[in-house]
Write a protein that binds this ligand. Structure first.
Ligand code: FAD
Length: 405
């Protein structure tokens, strides 16, 4: 639906643009942001280059899945979309078991010990995105799709946004949720830093001899971590991080050889791997924007930070950005301030950038520690993990942090 005509005009009620917020990028994070802002009473538009395909229960499970932490579920629930996601197809998990292929050390997290029913849910990216998109219209979000941003210019009371088709819209605030390659971040002149892991995550959904026991399994191998995440239909979704060459080799294996190698890599924890969907692979990098804010402009989600999937936190960090920005904008409006004033955006940018940086660096440190191969370091790593597993207060802090609550 193209609602450009309704957002081009100026407000007759007040000075300034008719739109409060223009969100660019309708992935999970951008769609959640647009819905959150509209439900908080802001006149919001969502601009997306490609209309998402409807999610259908009869379709094969999307190869891209995420583990949603309690903080993300709380936000989706608050916006009225969680129940329909959960009831469509979501794999609950109550346990997480992580073990080291080199020294046998393991750590186990259990929801009941932490006083919860569950640790989270494994859900398809396309399902979360589609349920959010379905809720946009009722919340009053104006959807501009297909729409691609070519440029923008901040002015005294607005930001003027130029689209590829020559049209132009104005809003008080421009929010970029346009993914790790973020064209808007580049247009804003914001640099990133980080590192290329020179790894790819090979993903597929697999059937296993034994049930997954509603457990997220992760084995750290010298070449990178292998996760087996419990799907709602009893299969497991694998995220197998491998050096580029190894990933290419594994992608090219014939089906039986792939099942056999995956069985060995998973230590046959769920028995033999009996079937697999076709495989896909995603490049892995650590990328942090050097700042999250420019004039009347902020970054959200992967546009601001891309992290290693070993902690399964990428979209969870993005949804925490959404909640923080919504609360910041509401506070500014309630105090009678311009929602895109520099000091308002600085509050959001400072809080989220420091939290995201801490998390991104922790995941990076984990990736480095698990890449150690020298025997004394491998032994020290095992000792550390065994120690943490025996210290309930530290384990609880780790579980609380991962939950985001
Ligand atoms: C293998 C793998 C496993 C992962 N597992 C987990 C996990 O278990 N848990 C977790 O939390 N995270 C996980 N992640 C990370 C998670 O998938 C990402 O953090 C999340 O998808 C990012 O969402 P986003 O909405 O920020 O960006 P994207 O999904 O990249 O969306 C960006 C959107 O912007 C649009 N766009 C781009 N440019 C323009 C433009 N110029 N104009 C208009 N629209 C534009 C694109 O079309 C797209 O729809 C994983 C990632 C990988 C690679």
């Amino acid at each position: 639906m193209n609602a450009l005509s309704s957002v081009r005009g100026e407000s007759t009620r007040r000075r300034g643009p008719a739109l409060d917020v223009a969100v660019v990028g309708g992935g999970m994070v951008g769609a959640a942001a647009a819905l959150a802002f509209a439900r908080a009473g802001f006149a919001t538009a969502l601009l997306e280059a490609r209309e998402p395909a409807p999610w259908l229960a009869t379709d094969e499970v999307d190869l891209r899945v995420v583990g949603l932490a309690p903080s993300s579920i709380a936000l989706l629930d608050d916006m009225g979309v969680w129940t329909s996601i959960r009831d469509s197809r979501a794999g609950p998990y109550a346990h997480m078991h992580v073990w080291d292929a080199e020294n046998g050390a393991s750590i186990h997290f259990d929801a009941a010990t932490e006083g919860h029913d569950l640790l989270g849910y494994i859900v398809e990216n396309s399902l979360v995105q589609w349920r959010l998109w379905q809720a946009l219209e009722a919340a009053g979000v104006r959807r501009l799709c297909p729409a691609e941003v070519r440029g923008f210019e901040a002015q005294a009371d607005r930001i003027q946004i130029e689209l590829a088709d020559g049209e132009s819209i104005a809003a008080r605030l421009l929010v970029a949720a346009d993914g790790a390659g973020s064209p808007l971040r580049k247009l804003a002149g914001i640099e990133t830093h980080g590192r290329d892991y020179a790894q790819r995550a090979v993903v597929a959904h697999v059937s296993t001899e034994r049930p997954h026991e509603s457990t997220a399994w992760q084995r750290f191998i010298g070449t990178g971590p292998l996760a087996l995440l419990p799907l709602a239909d009893g299969r497991s979704s694998i995220v197998w991080s491998l050096p580029e060459d190894e990933a290419r080799r594994v992608l090219a294996l014939d089906d039986q050889a792939f099942l056999d190698e995956l069985g060995i890599a998973s230590d046959f924890r769920l028995g033999r791997i009996t079937r697999s969907t076709p495989r896909a692979a995603f490049p892995l990098k650590l990328q942090l924007a050097e700042r999250y804010q420019a004039e009347r402009f902020v970054l959200l989600g992967d546009a601001a930070h891309a992290v290693h999937p070993l902690a399964g936190q990428g979209v969870n960090l993005g949804l925490r950005d959404v909640a923080e920005l919504r609360d910041t904008l509401v506070d500014a409006r309630d105090a009678g301030r311009d929602i895109a004033a520099e000091h308002v955006l600085r509050r959001y940018a400072r809080r989220r950038r420091s939290a995201d940086t801490l998390d991104a660096m922790s995941f990076d440190a984990l990736a480095r520690v698990y890449a150690w191969q020298a025997a004394p370091l491998v032994a020290a790593r095992g000792l550390g993990v065994r120690l943490i597993d025996c210290l309930p207060p530290i384990k609880r802090r780790l579980a609380e942090h991962a939950s985001g609550l």
